[in-house]
Design a protein around this ligand. Structure first.
Ligand code: AMP
Length: 216
């Protein structure tokens, strides 16, 4: 069995990190941690953490480094391979992660940097819809449900993420450029970055990601 491997998916919102992380994690028997999914679940459950982060997430800001670092420290265990999707998102988070991984005898193997043109990002995010029942993903521009605003598999209504509104998306992109884009220089300096084109067809990009991870 290969050693545990930590892979980070880095890139602006809407570059396809989540879609690919789910698929690659399954192919490579890795665990996928999406900090965004995790926070949305807490918000949906109305937990105290969910209530604490709701306004920030809904407005496209970033939850505090301390809070998110604690969540990740509890979530990452030794000898397990992970795809980290949406974490780290700031240089202090990346520094924390490096320090924490060193204490458990692990380190980041690859940082995969996803890029997509901004006009496509806007359509991917403003058009993004999910079936509220079976979870199937749709996009009103690129792959709409044949039944309009209900799921063409189970007939349940489609829902949109609260932060996929145009004004909030703009905030998320500003936040990304200001706080997260500097991570590219941080990880480039460590020789860890692999660039991928997030606009490629899903299966072609998945094959590229698979080759990167299989390469060790
Ligand atoms: P995502 O699903 O990755 O687009 O994340 C949705 C939202 O969750 C972000 O816009 C942030 O408000 C919050 N969030 C997710 N990951 C982090 C993180 N690593 N640090 C701070 N906030 C985060």
């Amino acid at each position: 069995m290969r050693n545990a491997m930590i892979v980070i998916f880095l890139g602006a919102p809407g570059t396809g990190k989540g879609t690919q992380a789910v698929r690659l994690a399954e192919m490579q028997s890795m665990l996928h941690i999406s900090t965004g999914d995790l926070l949305r679940k807490e918000m949906a459950a109305g937990s105290s953490l969910g209530l604490q982060v709701k306004d920030i997430v809904t407005n496209g800001g970033l939850v505090s480094d301390d809070l998110i670092n604690k969540i990740m420290q509890n979530g990452i265990t030794p000898k397990v391979s992970y795809i980290l999707d949406g974490y780290p998102r700031t240089v202090p988070q990346a520094e924390f992660l490096d320090t924490y991984l060193a204490t458990i005898g692990e380190k980041v193997a690859h940082v995969i940097f996803f890029t997509v043109a901004e006009d496509i990002i806007m359509k991917r995010l403003t058009g993004r819809q999910k079936c509220s029942q079976c979870g199937k993903d749709f996009n009103s521009y690129f792959h709409p449900s044949t039944k309009g605003n209900v799921c063409d598999v189970c007939g349940a209504p489609l829902s949109q993420r609260a932060d996929d509104r145009e004004d909030v998306i703009k905030n998320r992109l500003i936040t990304y450029e200001r706080d997260t884009a500097p991570l590219l220089a941080y990880y480039t300096g460590k020789g860890l970055v692999r660039n991928v084109d997030g606009a490629l067809p899903i299966d072609i990009l998945l094959a590229q990601l698979n080759a990167i991870v299989k390469g060790g």
